[in-house]
Structure formats: structure tokens, C-alpha cells
Write a protein that binds this ligand. Sequence first.
Ligand SMILES: Cc1cc2nc3c(=O)[nH]c(=O)nc-3n(C[C@H](O)[C@H](O)[C@H](O)COP(=O)(O)O)c2cc1C
Length: 314
Amino acid sequence: MVNVRDIKTAVKIGSLVLKNPVMPASGTFGYGEEFASFVDYNLLGAIVVKGLSLEPRAGNPPPRIIETTGGMLNAIGMENIGVHAFIKEKLPFLAQFNCAVIANVYGETVEEYQKVAEILSGAKGVHALEINISCPNVKKGGIAFGTDPDTVHDITGKVKQATNLPVIVKLSPNVTDIAEIAVSAQDAGADAVSLINTLTGMSVDIISRTSNIANLTGGLSGPAIKPIALRMVWEVAKKVSIPIIGIGGIMSPEDAVEFLIVGASAIQVGTANLINPLATMDILEGILAYLEVSDIMDIKDLVGSLKTERPREE
Ligand SMILES: Cc1cc2nc3c(=O)[nH]c(=O)nc-3n(C[C@H](O)[C@H](O)[C@H](O)COP(=O)(O)O)c2cc1C
């Protein structure tokens, strides 16, 4: 059996090398500081912070979250402190850890995405950008840029021009053919794609006959979306050569391993952090244990190892 200490877990995202494939998903881990008393950031592959816009945003009115069967809906509406306050007040704290920082970028216009990307590129301690063109809870920007292949090509290319950092394009599942969108991002120079963001959903209070979300619709996340996310990662993996970061309902190490098998090189843990703040640590530990008992020396050998033929029954 391989020794867990000898197992290679490094993952490459463009020019960025992550020491392992586990990171929190944007919007479920604050700006980093919030989880520092639970998680040893030196052990994480990366920290992905809440989406950042050029100016601070108040987000949508409450109620903004509601639990649903096997998951939750949220319609936060990209509330955030703005890119300048992030750089001044939050980034210095993250710099003390041996951990990559990935900034999630949001804009109402292509120009805003470019500007935020440019500002973050000039900040010490940001190692990659994740471009959120998949938020379903805003009237402008977000998903409006993520559902048409030509628009995705255009925005990816323009963000690439504005930065020297690796660019990860975060894809929406609210499309007919997610692989087509992923190919557009790759063709325009994306260094990686991450998927999936939330699926648009609803929840109704039958007494008042109003939506449980003030925004009327919200984004579904959690275990309920995992089978869809897995299928989408698998479809994208067949079409692109850039790394894929798998996201969607990962609650356990076994969930994470499923994503690696269908073709994700790394994974993000979202809703699970809200239930168990130690989720990222538990998942990392469990992935290592799986590699050890499976005699896999390098995590790369697990990525995309799905067998599409079932063994013949005797
Ligand atoms: C409360 C909440 C806030 C989120 N905020 C963001 C965000 O700012 N930017 C982004 O790209 N995704 C955001 N997401 C989407 C998650 O990063 C992730 O893609 C999604 O929740 C699916 O993963 P999960 O099922 O593990 O939660 C948010 C999700 C939740 C639940």
C-alpha cells in the first residue's frame, strides 16, 4: 500500500500550482477570515472568496435563503464590500497563509469585469481569478453573460487581456449545452473552468402564497444538485483540455472522489461549509485516505478515470 505522505496531490491551474485539489466555493466561505478558527488554511489547496464587484453592493432584500429538500435556495444578489475594501481590509489577513487566494469576480458590464480583474491583478496576494458569469440572482451581469457561447468568448477574452493571472471561468448549469460554453471559454484563453454554479429554483409558502425568497427565484445548491453537476463535469471533460474544477453538492470525501473520476482536476465545497465548517478539512483527509487504500500514488491518475464499460457479470 502507498504511504499517504508520498501521495502526489498537486494540481496545476494555468501557471498556478495548488498543493491539493480542495478549496471552498465562492460565497460560502466569506472573505476567508470567517472560517480561520475552524480550518487550517495552510492545508487548503486554495481559498476562493466571495464575489467582488467594483463598488460595494447591498444585495437583494431578505428573505434571501431557504432550506429545501436536499439543499437550499439563495438569492443573495452579490452583496459584497467591493474590490477596493477587499484588497485593503481582507487580503492582508490571507497573506499570512501558505495557500493560494482565488478572487471571484462579478460585474454588471463587461467593462466592470475587466476593471475588477485589472485591480485584483495589481494586488499582492491574489493568485488567480474566477470569473462569475453564472450568478442567477442579479438583474444585470452574472448569468446574462454565461448562457451564450459568443458572449462567453468575448468576456473571457477581454478579462484575459486585463490580467496576467490565471483565469477560471465559472459556468452556469442553466443552459442547454454546458460543454459548448466551456469550449468557448477555452477558445478565448481561459486557463480553467469551474462548474457548476447554482440552478435557478423556487420555493412557495402555501399559506401566504408568496415565494419564500423575496427575489421570487433563487439558486439551488447542496446535495440535490450533485448528480446534475457530475453529469455536466463529465460532458465538459470530454470536450476541453483545460483543467475543470468540479462544484455542486459535495458534502463528503466520496462525493469529491466522484467528481475527480468523471474528470475534475480539483473540487470546491460550498453549501457543506454552512453545515459543517470543517467540511473542507474532512473532505481533504478522506480523499487522501481513498488514494491510500486504492494504491494511487498521484491524484492525476484518478482524474477522468471513469470506466464506461461495466465489468461482465460471470
Ligand atoms: C449563499 C451562497 C452564496 C454564493 N455566492 C457566490 C458568489 O458570490 N460567486 C459565485 O461564483 N458563486 C456563488 N455561490 C455558488 C457556489 O459557489 C457554488 O457554485 C454552488 O453553491 C454549488 O455548490 P454547492 O452545492 O457545494 O453549494 C454561492 C452559493 C451560496 C449557497
